[in-house]
Design a binder for this molecule. Structure first.
Ligand code: NOJ
Length: 585
């Protein structure tokens, strides 16, 4: 044990280190710059991603246990149109098909996640290990490797076994640390001879805030002001434990890396000459990525979180801060548990200072930050309500990570854009623009000295988008969810991304513009073909439904609430078919 004064000196040194690192990031300069033509470093890894619950389907097949998302999505009113991930893309049955899509793209890596309850149905290893689950992931990993695609595997992409939620309260309970460690250890044992990149948690911010603070995500708890901080505290400890397990028991023979994937929007001060706005923007980023990255790189929460949450807790009449604390031993155990940092990034906000009134009833993660978020109405927002395309924010975030955390090795684990379309649309010109500009900002960040080793387009397929159901499509490949075979069709962005990959960047303006033009041209003919195909299958479905008046009525109601040209034409063909049928009878 270190004497107490040595521990204090260490803490002071650490604080000075954090502060001096933070000073490196220049908030007062935001150089948007022109498009940069050039290539990525040799060996840069290009990939696409998915997650188990969002794509696998087979929710109750081959011995899989229930996850909190299975249960949450089956409750009425939690997910748009009460959709579930029960069958989703049927990825469980389509390993070979999906790998051929990856080959078509010439991907060097594929990021997917392992469903904990598929491997350990109750979440508790001593209860039972599901051999069929192991076989499924064996098969997936082997096929990827046979096709020279490196697997990047996430251990936790939100699908906690339901038993652990019911028995212990999920991430509110410290016992998750050991259960998760046993699950991770099983994965290292079974797959670690072939998997060399492990991500412990995907986007723990979302797990904590949306799962335990706002309740929009499973398990749907609304423990405002405390739930998210407690969940995050246990997640950070679980991450560290798994990293140590790998480090002491497996690294020697398996020679892999263990990281975490943090998602965060960029926060830009509304007025870069205003110190208050700069501080508010920094707080925004610290409460997002810093909440997890600062403990993992430096052993403790960002000072600004400790100050703000501590002060507000006192104002609310609490004896201790709502932000839990790490003991000195825990701090040194957690510090440095990251071989590479995964970054998921989609969008940006403008941030300004805003004092929130204090009151016990009003305590929440969001109010603790004392800031307001704004968007520029000129920013394009083709898909999800929250997702504005602001490419320069990506470069800013990557530079911030570089200066704050000592230039770690980074893999971009998620970046992409969705669309809200009720009609089939394969000509995703806006996605081409999004990828082109975001990937270009990443290239600029690499030129700035940020150590980015790989990029993962999010996502390979359209899939279950959590509380948004199937209404938001992020895929490079379109999935026809209405067809029970879940066929996949390439969008124009497939052609474009493929070109970036084969050129390892952007050769020159003429060529890049040509890629875009060709991609959009070829997609419009496939788009028409697919639309015709869909109309044929919808007409066939309607013919079937005419014999079942109850379900036929329900289909009609859902269709009518989305009045689009496409739905109207489907309705007209249905009426026409009914008319023909009646005449035949
Ligand atoms: C982050 C999540 O990790 C992923 O599952 C989701 O699809 C994207 N955000 C887009 O919302």
């Amino acid at each position: 044990m270190l004497p107490r004064c040595a521990v204090t000196v260490c803490h002071v040194l650490m604080l000075v280190l954090c502060l001096s690192a933070a000073e490196d990031f220049d908030w007062t300069k935001n150089d948007h710059g022109a498009f940069y033509y050039g290539t990525f470093p040799a060996g840069f890894s290009w990939g696409a991603g998915s997650s188990a619950y969002q794509t696998e389907g087979a929710w109750d097949k081959d011995g899989k246990g229930l996850s909190i998302w299975d249960v949450f999505s089956h409750k009425k009113g939690k997910i748009q149109l009460n959709e579930t991930g029960d069958s989703s893309c049927e990825g469980y049955y389509k390993v070979k098909d999906d790998i051929s899509l990856m080959k078509e793209l010439k991907l060097s890596h594929y990021r997917f996640s392992i469903s904990w309850p598929r491997l350990i149905p109750t979440g508790i290893k001593s209860d039972h290990v599901n051999e069929k689950g192991i076989q499924y992931y064996d098969h997936l990993i082997d096929h990827l490797l046979e096709n020279k695609i490196t697997p990047i595997v996430t251990l936790y992409h939100w699908d906690l076994p339901q038993v652990l939620q019911e028995k212990y309260g999920g991430w509110q309970n410290i016992s998750m640390v050991n259960h998760f460690n046993e699950f991770a250890n099983l994965c290292f044992e079974k797959f670690g001879n072939r998997v060399k990149y492990w991500i412990t948690f995907n986007n723990p911010w979302s797990v904590a805030v949306e799962g335990y603070e706002t309740g929009e995500h499973a398990p749907g708890l609304k423990l405002r002001g405390t739930g998210a901080y407690k969940a995050a505290h246990h997640i950070i400890k679980a991450h560290a434990k798994v990293w140590h397990t790998y480090d002491t028991q497996w690294r020697g023979k398996q020679k892999g890396l263990v990281g975490i994937s943090l998602s965060g929007d960029w926060g830009e001060p509304v007025d870069i000459t205003n110190q208050k706005d700069i501080e508010a923007a920094e707080r925004y980023v610290q409460f997002y990525i810093g909440w997890f990255a600062t403990p993992i790189f430096y052993g403790d929460y960002p000072q600004v979180m400790k100050d703000f949450i501590g002060r507000k807790s006192v104002q609310h009449g609490l004896g201790t801060s709502r932000l839990p604390t790490f003991s000195p031993q825990e701090k040194s155990y957690i510090k440095g548990t990251c071989d590479f940092l995964g970054i998921g990034h989609f969008t940006t906000r403008y941030i300004t200072q805003k004092n929130n009134p204090s009151g016990r009833s009003s305590s929440s993660y969001f109010l603790d930050r004392d800031l307001a978020e704004l968007v520029d109405p000129r920013w394009p927002d083709p898909g999800s309500e929250w997702l504005y395309s602001v490419p320069w924010g990506f470069r800013r975030l990557l530079n911030f990570v570089k200066t704050q955390y000592g230039n770690p090795m980074i893999y971009v684990t998620e970046n992409g854009v969705s669309e809200k379309m009720s009609c089939t649309e394969l000509c995703d010109d806006w996605r081409i623009h999004y990828y082109k500009d975001y990937i270009n900002e990443m290239l600029k960040a690499i030129k700035d000295g940020v150590n980015v080793k790989g990029y993962t387009a999010w996502s390979l397929l359209d899939k279950f988008e959590w509380d948004e159901g199937y209404s938001e499509r992020f895929g490079l490949y379109y999935v026809d969810f209405r067809d029970k075979n879940k066929p996949r069709y390439p969008k124009a962005s497939v052609q474009f991304y493929k070109r970036i990959i084969s050129s390892n960047g952007f050769p020159n303006q003429r060529e890049v513009e040509n890629w875009r033009r060709k991609a959009v041209e070829t997609c419009s003919s496939s788009n028409q073909l697919l639309a015709a195909e869909e109309q044929r299958s919808t007409a066939a479905n309607i013919l079937r439904l005419i014999h079942d008046p109850l379900t036929s009525h329900m289909e009609m109601v859902t269709e009518i609430v989305v009045p689009t040209v496409c739905t109207l034409s489907i309705l007209l063909s249905a009426i026409f078919l009914m008319f023909l049928l009646r005449r035949r009878n």
